[in-house]
Design a binder for this molecule. Structure first.
Ligand SMILES: [Zn+2]
Length: 361
């Protein structure tokens, strides 16, 4: 057992080869979160590790990892441990983050022996990695709606997140005739509906999560409207099209309402596709366990996305979430499905070890 420079916890079972199969996920949760995201992935992986250990020395080294602070619930920055290890973390982005009490991230992690400036040295843990497997609850309604216990994850959605500002003219609600208004909310409302059509056309998801009107009183036409838009797709090309269509639509609506519009990118990440061969092996493992399988993308990001970005062949299995709920106490999965999910991970682990040996990876 060891803890690396980013606070990730590792358990290693030495095999005949140094090439390592990694299994794991995260143990942290969110305030008022459920019991499965992410305990299931680490504890499921632990059971697989125990099974492999009980059979003597495995052909490859098997390592269980519990990534530090996946959720980012306290400081608003997700995937701390895995992004440090993958090398995509920029310490300067995190240096000034503070929690609700004003305690800085740098001070909080130092209590656990983690130094922001050396956290990326945890990347050395990935040097021998030949594959990474992660089991997770789906956190959405797709598998349940198809009456399927398990699914194979193709990758994680790319994300475009923007702040959109419509600027019109605040004016008296009683004295300003309808055809003389420059109503910033009018344009925003049209865009709010249009992004749903854009998402449908391209098979992605688009969400307006926040709309703030100013001055925000019932007796004034809205002079300024600030909107937050989140767009996600598994294809980079389709994601770019969804963004362009939303921009074009916003300009059209701004013109119609005689207001201005301005876009600012808040955050962006490219789609991350998991390893093709591991997708096949995962499908075999799911078929052998449940006799039926389904391939689906992941909307939420996961540690697996970071490991994949580090160039390590990666795959995830999803197990059905009841009512598609997660990040709430109601999060749950049928016990028989939980048990099947760990069995499928176990089968996949054996297949992945054989693949690492055969492919000389
Ligand atoms: Zn999770």
């Amino acid at each position: 057992m060891e803890t690396d420079q980013a606070g990730n916890l590792w358990a290693t079972l030495r095999g005949k080869s140094d090439r390592a199969m990694l299994l794991g996920g995260h143990m942290d949760s969110v305030p008022n979160g459920g019991w499965l995201d992410g305990c299931l992935n680490v504890l499921g992986a632990l059971e697989v590790l125990r099974r492999i250990a009980s059979e003597g020395t495995p052909p490859v080294t098997v390592r269980l990892v519990d990534w530090a602070d996946e959720e980012g619930a306290r400081f608003g920055r997700s995937l701390f441990g895995s992004s440090a290890a993958s090398g995509t973390m920029n310490p300067d982005d995190l240096r000034n983050l503070a929690d609700k009490e004003g305690i800085k991230l740098v001070d909080a992690i130092s209590k656990y022996g983690v130094n922001l400036d050396t956290a990326k040295q945890s990347g050395s843990q990935l040097k021998t990695a030949a594959a990474y497997l992660e089991l997770h609850i789906e956190q959405g309604p797709v598998l349940e709606s198809m009456n399927l216990p398990l699914g194979v994850v193709l990758g994680t959605f790319g994300v475009e997140r923007h702040a959109i500002k419509f600027t019109g003219q605040s004016a008296h609600a009683g004295s300003t005739p309808m055809d003389k208004r420059r109503d910033a909310f009018g344009a925003a409302a049209k865009l709010g509906l249009e992004i749903r059509e854009i998402a449908k056309r391209h098979g992605g998801v688009c969400t307006v999560g926040s709309v703030i009107t100013k001055p925000g009183i019932v007796t004034a036409v809205v002079g300024q409207c600030d909107m937050l838009l989140d767009q996600r797709h598994l294809s980079a090309e389709e994601l770019a099209k969804m963004l362009q269509e939303a921009k074009d639509a916003s300009e059209r609506f701004a013109k119609e309402e005689n207001v201005g519009v301005e876009w600012n990118r808040i955050w962006q990440i490219q789609p991350i596709l998991f390893d093709k061969h591991l997708v096949e092996l995962a499908e075999e493992a799911v078929m052998e366990t449940a006799r039926v399988s389904h391939r689906l993308p992941s909307g939420p990001l996961h540690d697996a996305a970071e490991v994949s970005r580090a160039g390590i062949p990666t795959i995830m299995l999803f197990v059905q979430s009841l009512r598609g709920l997660s990040h709430t106490k109601e999060e749950n999965t049928k016990e028989e499905h939980l048990s099947m999910s760990v069995q499928a991970l176990d089968r996949l682990a054996t297949k992945a070890m054989n693949w690492i040996v055969e492919a000389g990876k």
